[in-house]
Design a protein around this ligand. Structure first.
Ligand SMILES: Cc1cc2nc3c(=O)[nH]c(=O)nc-3n(C[C@H](O)[C@H](O)[C@H](O)COP(=O)(O)OP(=O)(O)OC[C@H]3O[C@@H](n4cnc5c(N)ncnc54)[C@H](O)[C@@H]3O)c2cc1C
Length: 416
């Protein structure tokens, strides 16, 4: 009896029926992990290149009522975190072609559901859920990453419009996206957290320029985005003027939950590829290897339970809190443990592979460091956990009440 079968015997009839529905949907629409010829050694770019497949899959998922599972009605099917758990268990053996939608569906649209206007929700939510439109998140700037409230991009009001000028960086998927959620400085007279506003940006708008960046793993997952006198209507504003920090924090929490619960950069590959690799290398009986695989298995399970608890809290109406940071940190640690163990078992073949199946471990080592930075670094997550979970004293914030224009941040720091 497998772990999944065991769970099934204790499931309610409704959940068991849901499981069968998911199982039959995935069997029909999703490629099996092991069945994909390019499963091992596949680069991120291969998944984003396959956009038509992703769109078709997302559309089928929405038609089947299996997209945005825990989103409230009428925007999603309004199911429980138990349904999400069942879905994740069934999906574990598949390679879901959904990379392009992680940011939109995991972060931006849930924030829009919470803070957007009725018109915005009507216009954007369903198209995003069906995979017809892809979204990005534009927060980070060259001088504002961990301390993103120091951002310098400006939005100035001109009647019913706003004019945006500045630069964003590390914008994942901008080159594939239709829209983005961008935060910009609307009031430099206010302290840094109280003069920011969030907007929807159409990437096709005149004055928007996207330049892909090349990473050490060979992919171009993210971009620089330049804004020059980009005009957007006030109807594209999410939340109140100068209150964008609240929306941004909500989006960052959604991001950490999405990443930590397996929807983003830190997604674990699971133990099966490690077991198969150890078997091929003839070290499956090695005590150290077995201990390493057991460690990855335990961490994967714990991460699953953290994600489950978080989704249950969100479903019960609680905003994602510091537990999102725990999930994000655990996901990043797991990604590194898995890639470190994989490359150690693969040995020299993992770095200079003749067998294409072994290249995934080199790719893992080159990609895993990103998971400790994306969505807030490990150090920043530890600060949040220290302050908000353990009740340790807060970091000193000497700039909290100083007008932004008087701060020495970004290019402002070079003023005489
Ligand atoms: C794969 C990937 C995808 C990304 N996608 C996006 C995206 O789609 N949209 C977007 O807006 N951004 C994105 N980012 C950017 C990401 O959010 C930032 O890189 C991150 O917040 C860190 O900012 P920074 O790079 O400016 O580093 P910095 O903030 O300059 O940090 C440098 C170092 O200082 C440490 N540090 C900083 N502050 C503290 C502190 N208070 N206490 C202790 N240590 C501290 C950090 O941990 C880090 O080690 C992405 C990044 C990656 C790697």
């Amino acid at each position: 009896m497998t772990a999944t079968d065991e769970l099934q015997t204790t499931e309610t009839p409704e959940l068991a029926e849901f499981r069968l529905k998911v199982r039959s949907f995935l069997a029909e629409h999703a490629p099996k992990r092991a069945a994909r010829q390019d499963d091992e050694g596949r680069a991120f770019e291969a998944t984003v290149a396959d956009l038509a497949t992703q769109k078709a899959f997302q559309s089928a998922l929405a038609d089947a009522g299996l997209a945005g599972l825990t989103w409230p009605r009428p925007w999603g099917p309004g199911l429980t975190s138990e349904h999400q758990r069942v879905f994740n268990e069934e999906a574990a053996g598949y390679e879901l072609p959904t990379t392009a939608y992680i940011i939109g569906l995991g972060m931006v649209i849930p924030t829009m559901i919470e803070f957007g206007t009725d018109d915005q929700r009507e216009r954007y939510v369903s198209k995003a859920l069906r995979g017809e439109e892809i979204w990005s998140q534009l927060f980070s700037e060259p001088g504002a990453g961990s301390d993103v409230a120091s951002l310098q991009m400006r939005a100035e009001r001109d009647g019913d419009e706003w004019i945006l000028n500045g630069q964003k960086v590390w914008t994942t998927g901008a080159q594939l996206s239709d829209f983005g959620a961008v935060i910009a400085r609307t009031n430099p007279e206010n302290p840094k957290h109280r003069g920011i506003t969030m907007f929807i940006i159409d990437f096709k708008a005149p004055g928007v320029e996207i330049r892909p960046l090349r990473q050490m793993n060979g992919a171009s997952g993210f971009n620089e985005v330049f804004f020059t006198d980009v005009r957007i209507p006030d109807a594209s504003r999410i939340g109140d003027v100068d209150d964008g920090w609240r929306c941004a924090v909500a989006m960052l929490m959604n991001e950490r939950v999405a990443i930590g619960s397996g929807g983003g950069g830190g997604r674990s590959v699971g133990v099966r590829p490690l077991v198969e690799l150890a078997r091929r290398r003839g070290v499956l009986d090695d005590a150290v290897v077995r201990q390493g695989i057991a460690d990855v298995y335990i961490r994967t399970k714990i991460l699953g339970y953290i994600g489950q608890r978080t989704r249950a809290a969100v479903k019960a109406g609680k905003a994602p809190g510091p537990e999102g940071s725990i999930a994000k940190l655990a996901g990043a640690l797991l990604a590194r443990r898995t890639s470190d163990l994989g490359i150690a078992i693969a040995g020299p073949g993992g770095q200079a592979w003749a067998d294409q199946r072994e290249s995934r471990w080199a790719l893992g080592v080159l990609s895993a460091p990103a998971s400790r930075i994306a969505g807030g670094t490990d150090e920043v997550q530890r600060n949040i956990i220290g302050e908000r979970v353990l009740g340790l004293p807060k970091e000193p914030q000497v700039d909290r009440d100083v007008p932004f224009k008087d701060l020495r941040v970004g290019t402002q720091s070079s003023r005489g």
